[in-house]
Design a protein around this ligand. Structure first.
Ligand SMILES: [Zn+2]
Ligand SMILES: [Zn+2]
Length: 175
């Protein structure tokens, strides 16, 4: 399910808003990141006739796969969430002003709800990063026997070779 902001329920002017969506109702649809708890979004909202500004945060516990040992682990993602909705007459929809940030959306006047799912997904993916680690000093998996070195040591003989020199070593072996 998606996270949809009910614009019609937000009072005109400035207000503080807090939304919570049970984790089993919010799906990120992104490989390697699964929601593992409630999504919470809170912040200051300024709503006027022609625009809505949201300045706040999001928090979401997620289940991730370690890039080094492939083990599953949980982490709570916290991220800033800022976006601006501009309400414009129909024909102007989708026209972006030069230099505006991408979290700037033009919507037809009278729009009653706004789906924040993509916005939240982007924030979460960015916070997780390319190589999530179960812990900073994760020892990973032995490339020879597959033992998870966080759990136990293996007895494989490991040549201490910097990865970057492996192609070179390969060449020397062949010659
Ligand atoms: Zn790990
Ligand atoms: Zn080993």
């Amino acid at each position: 399910m998606a996270f949809v902001l009910q614009i019609r329920n937000i009072p005109e002017g400035n207000s503080c808003q807090r939304f919570q969506l049970p984790g089993d109702q919010f799906h990120l649809d992104y490989e390697g990141i699964e929601s593992a708890g409630d999504l919470t979004v809170w912040g200051d909202v300024s709503k006027f006739k022609d625009q809505l500004i949201f300045r706040g945060q999001l928090s979401l516990p997620v289940r991730l796969v370690c890039a080094r040992c492939a083990g599953q682990f949980e982490r709570t993602i916290e991220s800033e969430l800022i976006f601006v909705l501009k309400f414009v007459p129909d024909q102007a929809e989708g026209v972006l002003e030069e230099g505006e940030s991408e979290d700037f959306y033009f919507l037809p006047e009278g729009t009653l709800e706004f789906d924040c799912t993509d916005l939240i997904r982007d924030r979460v993916i960015l916070s997780v990063g390319l190589k999530p680690l179960c812990r900073e000093d994760c020892k990973g998996i032995c490339p020879l026997c597959g033992t998870n070195l966080n759990i136990k040591e293996c007895s494989c003989e490991k040549e201490d070779i910097d990865d970057r020199w492996l192609p070179l070593k390969d060449l020397t072996d062949r010659s």
